[in-house]
Design a binder for this molecule. Structure first.
Ligand code: NGO
Length: 538
């Protein structure tokens, strides 16, 4: 049903895209950055809240130390993280030291009022001839400050072999803090499985743009990707294939913990999703008793949606849910567990409401809050539930109203409009990967909307933030992920971080273009959108 609906909608979206295309001026390449001049202060992504340029600025040299306080292990850890980026390309020693002294790069976590006003993720960067100071109230803020400094340095800093400097940071002060508390990305590791190393690569990319949530879509019809001790066949059998019939895979608990810890070290909280009651063929195939008819269906390697459902009226279903949520919650230091709830086309509305009524308290019982796709608004969202809106320009008013009404009653929203934030949509008709059901999503379309006013009628303070989902029906390698995420992901990150007053496609596309040499240095395979004035190749 949904598939049909999606195909029909492509035509409408095509018209929209065609109309939008006429207004965007031809992209003229920006000049390659002058080796003699550093990146102007604040010309980074996401745009900082406040930039006060001035003064000579700092230059990293062979003698520069990275100074951290003696008392705070996070300062040292982040000092080493920064040094790890700078050492290979600069060729400098850059010792991380807690010895007092003047000059150099200084990392400080402190509760001084100037830091406190910038909140738990804010930071300041102060660049003068004598020193470069990154300071914050928190380790996460300090990490964001490090990412800012990284982007202020020449792109060659990202390379793994010695490069020519100079390594300058423009002079002045940046004061920065995020607009939204929730700035997320979702990776679908079910349709195609991605091993730990690939997930870490994505985490590093997200951290560069100050994202702070990694939502992992751990189960779907095509594969169950996390080991659950009490139901072992979920992973060993349910995870044994993927779209197209490849070998699939799953994370052991240790591997999953490794992902969670790595994400935390990069400022990201992992939100695990077990999609229920639909999108459950992998589980139903693994355990016959979960099916209403007691018969396990075969594993599924296609890309249809909406055909599977847990058996809402069987007790064993809730034993299963309890076990899975309990084990998952134990692996989840963050506050939320995502229970899916989308496209339950094989579950009656009544059953859906019953199911969500029973499952949400289980999440609460294990100390977590519920996150769900926006269909949860059609059941009774728990008091502190967060719903993730994934509608698009063709979503009917009744469906929107349901979400808006929930928001008016206190449900918080994360916005992932499919025709803006879905990184799996094709950019245009020639994009070799991706889907089209929400239309084409070129770079400007992904960036040019305001989360604060997007869902008309929803109170502005109901919006927790934004999330860019990356579904992987057609994506199976890191190069595929790169190509769909870049250059759209930084745009969603900017919508989540930067003040609304900085929103300006004209200025943004220039800053975005400035990121390309960095992606080249990092080996990121990005889409060269004709909408962006990429620097001339050198
Ligand atoms: C939908 C669907 C997913 C698909 C995705 C593809 C949601 C929330 N459910 O988004 O199963 O993979 O579209 O774009």
């Amino acid at each position: 049903m949904r598939q049909h609906h999606r195909t029909a909608c492509v035509i409408g979206s095509l018209l929209l895209i065609a109309a939008a295309g006429t207004s965007s001026s031809a992209a003229t390449p920006t000049k390659a950055p002058d080796r003699a001049g550093p990146t102007p202060l604040g010309q980074i992504v996401p745009a900082p809240m406040k930039v006060e340029p001035g003064g000579a600025g700092f230059e990293i040299t062979a003698k520069t130390p990275i100074r951290v306080g003696s008392g705070n292990p996070d300062e040292r850890r982040l000092g080493e993280y920064l040094a790890g980026i700078l050492r290979p390309s600069t060729g400098y020693r850059l010792p991380v030291t807690d010895r007092e002294g003047k000059g150099g790069i200084r990392l400080r976590i402190s509760a001084e009022p100037e830091n406190k006003v910038l909140g738990g993720e804010g930071y300041r960067v102060i660049s003068t001839r004598g020193s470069l100071t990154i300071t914050s109230w928190s380790s996460t803020g300090l990490l964001h400050g490090v990412q800012t400094v990284r982007q202020q340095l020449p792109a060659a800093v990202e390379k793994k072999t010695p490069q020519r400097g100079p390594w300058r940071v423009a002079g002045g002060t940046i004061k920065d803090m995020p607009r939204y508390a929730y700035r997320g990305a979702m990776l679908d590791v079910s349709r195609h499985f991605f091993p730990v190393e690939h997930v870490k690569r994505y985490i590093d990319q997200l951290a560069l743009y100050k994202m702070n949530k990694l939502h992992l879509h751990l189960s779907d019809d095509q594969g169950w990707r996390i080991a659950i001790d009490s139901w072992p066949r979920l992973a060993t059998y349910g995870g044994s294939t993927q779209v197209g019939g490849g070998p699939g895979g799953h994370y052991t608990k240790d591997q999953y913990k490794d992902i969670v810890a790595y994400a935390a070290s990069r400022g990201l909280q992992v939100i695990p999703e077990i999609d229920m009651p639909g999108h459950t063929n992998a589980a139903l195939a693994s355990y016959a008793e979960l099916n209403c008819n007691g018969v396990a269906p075969p594993l599924y390697t296609g890309t249809n949606v909406g055909f599977s459902s847990l058996c809402v009226n069987k007790d064993v279903t809730y034993k299963f849910v309890d076990d899975v949520v309990r084990e998952l919650a134990a692996l989840t230091p963050g506050g939320s567990v995502h229970i899916g709830g989308d496209e339950a086309h094989s579950t009656s509305h009544e059953d859906f409401v019953t199911f969500m009524g029973k499952v949400q308290p289980v999440v609460a019982k294990y100390g977590k809050t519920v996150m769900g796709w926006h269909q949860l608004a059609g059941a009774k969202p728990a008091k502190d539930a967060v719903v993730q809106y994934w509608g698009y320009d063709r979503t009917g008013q009744a469906e929107r109203d349901q979400v808006v009404n929930a928001a008016k009653q206190g449900t918080k929203l994360v916005l992932s409009p499919a025709d803006r934030a879905y990184l799996d949509m094709k950019y245009d008709k020639d994009t070799p990967l991706g889907l089209t059901w929400a239309g084409y999503v070129e770079v400007q379309r992904a960036y040019d909307w305001d989360p604060g006013t997007y869902l008309q009628g929803a109170p502005a303070d109901s919006v927790l933030g934004v999330e860019a989902p990356l579904w992987t029906e057609t994506l199976s390698t890191p190069a595929h992920l790169d190509y769909m995420a870049f250059p759209r992901l930084p745009g969603i990150a900017e919508l989540g971080w930067s003040p609304a007053a900085t929103h300006d496609w004209g200025a943004y596309k220039g800053r975005l273009a400035g990121q390309a040499p960095r992606w080249d240095a990092l080996g990121i395979n990005y889409y060269k959108s004709p909408q962006v004035p990429w620097p001339a190749e050198r």
